[in-house]
Write a protein that binds this ligand. Structure first.
Ligand SMILES: CC(C)(COP(=O)(O)OP(=O)(O)OC[C@H]1O[C@@H](n2cnc3c(N)ncnc32)[C@H](O)[C@@H]1OP(=O)(O)O)[C@@H](O)C(=O)NCCC(=O)NCCS
Length: 271
């Protein structure tokens, strides 16, 4: 299966997204019109599978260190009104030790040099990986975005990446895919909450037209930080779609085109 095939597989996963009411599918065909970029990004975006949960939970620990997750990814993937999208690429040869629990560990867990951590890694490598190898997904996952669809809103509940995969356009491609899926599902706006201090994420959201519309005071229980509430203008308006199209085009020109739900490459759009 090619990456494009994977990205185009609209109903693969732990639930049937189409029959469960959330559509993963073509964004409006005009959204992709005029794109003719030959270079393909090594990453593509596909909907999350149940087998992905163990890696996604590890990515969540890495992206939000010290924060106790509000919910379990394995349960959220199967939410009727939820959609989780993963940025994936083929495993590289040197990563292909599928048995290893090291693939599940976060960067900090891999680099922990304390005695007990080293013992744990040895037990994993020489014993647990051998007798009970962990079940890993078919491809390497760099990060994911989670959306909930509530009434006319699409709410971004989480977006996070492995540290090593940041600053390469992958977060942005996940965000583009999330907004496209909000369009497909006829949402009127996309909303989210973000820590007040998270300048990197706020910069990404602003780029896509999100504006600050309020604060939730002391929203985050781990450090009492405020959440900034951000929302898009109406996404079904032509102005917003044009803005999204231009940013998607710039992203493709910079990073290569990305196979994702509704888009399997320039050859397949008639562009
Ligand atoms: C936020 C996050 C998903 C961004 O992903 P990323 O792949 O590193 O970002 P990209 O390379 O796709 O960059 C896209 C845009 O994000 C913003 N951005 C990303 N990194 C930035 C940085 N270090 N400083 C300022 N802006 C940054 C910019 O607007 C950038 O666009 P540009 O390239 O035109 O400047 C990633 O940093 C992450 O996982 N952080 C930890 C988890 C987190 O904070 N999630 C958000 C919770 S609400």
């Amino acid at each position: 299966m090619t990456h494009s095939d994977t990205a185009n597989n609209t109903v693969e996963g732990s639930k049937n997204l189409l029959t469960d009411g959330i559509q993963v599918g073509p964004a409006k065909s005009d959204h992709f019109g005029g794109l003719n970029i030959p270079q393909e990004n090594e990453f593509s975006v596909r909907s999350a599978l149940l087998d992905d949960a163990v890696i996604m939970e590890s990515i969540e620990r890495e992206a939000f260190p010290g924060v106790i997750p509000l919910s379990r990814i394995s349960r959220d993937i199967t939410r009727n009104n939820g959609l989780y999208l993963n940025a994936v690429r083929r495993w590289r040869l040197d990563e292909k030790n599928f048995k290893s629990r090291l693939m599940i560990a976060t960067k900090a867990e891999k680099e922990d040099s304390r005695f007990l951590a080293r013992v744990r890694r040895s037990v994993n490598q020489y014993f647990l990986d051998y007798i009970n190898p962990p079940r890993l997904p078919p491809d390497y996952i760099a990060g994911f975005v989670g959306l909930w669809f509530v009434l006319n809103e699409a709410h971004v509940v989480v977006i996070g990446l492995r540290e090593v995969d940041r600053r390469k356009g992958v977060g942005e491609l996940l965000f583009i895919s999330a907004i496209e899926q909000a369009l497909v599902n006829n949402s009127k706006v996309v909303t989210l909450e973000v820590r007040r201090s998270n300048d990197v994420a706020i910069e990404l959201y602003r780029k896509y037209g999100f504006q600050k519309v309020g604060l939730r005071i002391r929203y985050y229980s781990d450090n009492g930080e405020d959440a900034v509430i951000m929302t898009t203008p109406p996404i079904q308006n032509d102005d917003f779609k044009d803005h999204l199209f231009n940013l998607t085009k710039q992203h493709a020109e910079k990073w290569g085109w990305v196979g994702r739900p509704g888009y399997s490459g320039p050859m397949n759009t008639g562009a």
